[in-house]
Ligand binder design. Structure first.
Ligand code: SF4
Length: 377
């Protein structure tokens, strides 16, 4: 059976660069008028030829977002439960070479943090850990999930790549969505960025969403860390990954996250920094190519940028964010993974979006098995 890895490796990077550079205004207009975009249309919208059409792209993106999501914006919050990590990612403050104090919450502490989040009214929580499988084992994550499940409509994970069996454990425990950032879809660059540690296995990470889908995960999120490689490569690859999964695993919901790389502890120089205009071009192109996909924008972006993107194409945002471990009940001395730019809590987010005509949605799904558990919670 074809995998995304075999599909992606069959596409020629140099040919794509030539195709992208050769795109014309006609190609962009064709993509803007199409009901269903092909991968070539998507590439046209990412190309330099689309830059003068940003306003037209934004208008089309707004039409599609309104058609499929109305004026509703899903809101979630992340909870970091451990920053112990054995990986060497050159761009991350949690990498093993940064000799900083680390924090690993016990199951009880993680549950206390989650309860504080539930009391704020959040229904959608995202659990994050570094990659230290002995300490933050699948069983540890599952134990936290089982305990907090009665208090949340949706529990997501953004953790290291798991086996199909471990994804099944996550699903059985109450996880209904997973996000796997491939960081970059360029295997050579990936190898340089991840010189050691379990994450250095590019293929294992690339195939994680397929393992999760086979394990019954309801919703899958994709993303590259924008700024590592050029947009026509990693932006295109992210859209193609989501598109390929949508065609091959039609029973799953598909989402895309759009993180631009932030400064962190250390001296990593961002190789291909994405300016605001190119960033908005990318997100609009994603909406046109994947009209029904959830597009999530995190607090890495400013309040202004997030307000702007919600009015065009983003339909899921975080609020009340801490990127340090815990942060609601247990204050730790460890520095956060990255600096957030938008510190709005849920109330402020709701008020700001309401002023723009949007309504926040705290839950749009409830696990049927959860209903009874919540009654007894
Ligand atoms: S990006 Fe993730 S895996 Fe890499 S060092 Fe940071 S926490 Fe660890």
């Amino acid at each position: 059976m074809e995998t995304f890895r075999s599909f992606w490796s069959s596409l020629d990077r140099e040919q794509r660069e030539r195709d992208c550079a050769a795109m014309t205004a006609d190609d962009v207009c064709h993509a803007l008028a199409a009901d269903e975009l092909t991968p070539r249309d998507f590439l046209a919208l990412l190309s330099p030829a689309a830059a003068p059409y940003l306003e037209a792209m934004a208008q089309r993106a707004r039409e599609l977002t309104t058609r499929y999501f109305g004026y509703a914006v899903n809101v979630f919050t992340p909870l970091y439960i451990s920053d112990v990590c054995t990986n060497h990612c050159r761009y991350c403050g949690f990498n093993v070479n940064n000799k900083q104090k680390r924090t690993h919450l016990s199951v009880d502490e993680a549950v206390e943090e989650a309860m504080a989040i539930a009391r704020q009214g959040f229904e959608d929580i995202l659990l994050l850990t570094g990659e230290a499988p002995k300490l933050s084992s699948p069983e540890y994550i599952a134990s936290v999930v089982r305990r907090i499940k009665p208090h949340f409509a949706s529990i997501g994970i953004e953790v290291y790549s798991l086996s199909e069996e471990d994804y099944r454990l996550m699903v059985e425990s109450g996880v209904n969505n997973m996000t796997m950032f491939q960081e970059t879809y360029n295997p050579e660059l990936y190898a340089w960025l991840h010189p050691a540690g379990p994450k250095s296995n590019y293929a294992w990470r690339l195939e994680a969403p397929e393992r999760a889908a086979r394990a019954g995960m309801r919703s899958l999120g994709f993303g590259a860390l924008l700024g590592l490689d050029r947009m026509e490569h990693d932006g295109f690859a992210t859209g193609m990954h989501a598109w390929w999964m949508q065609h091959n695993y039609p029973g799953t919901d598909i989402g895309v996250s759009i993180p631009r790389i932030c400064n962190h502890v250390g001296d990593f120089a961002i190789p291909h920094e994405l300016d605001d205009r190119r960033f908005v071009q990318y997100v609009c192109a994603l909406r046109l190519f994947l009209p029904r996909a959830t597009i999530t924008c995190s607090s890495r972006e400013s309040a202004d940028m997030r307000n702007h993107l919600v009015s065009i194409c983003v339909n899921r945002v975080s609020a009340g964010v801490s990127t340090a471990v815990g942060g609601r009940v247990h204050q730790t001395e460890t520095p956060p993974q990255f600096d957030i730019t938008d510190a709005r809590d849920m109330r402020t987010m709701a008020r700001d979006l309401e002023q723009r005509g949007f309504q926040i949605v705290l839950k749009d799904w409830e696990d049927p098995t959860l209903t009874n558990a919540r009654k007894g919670a």
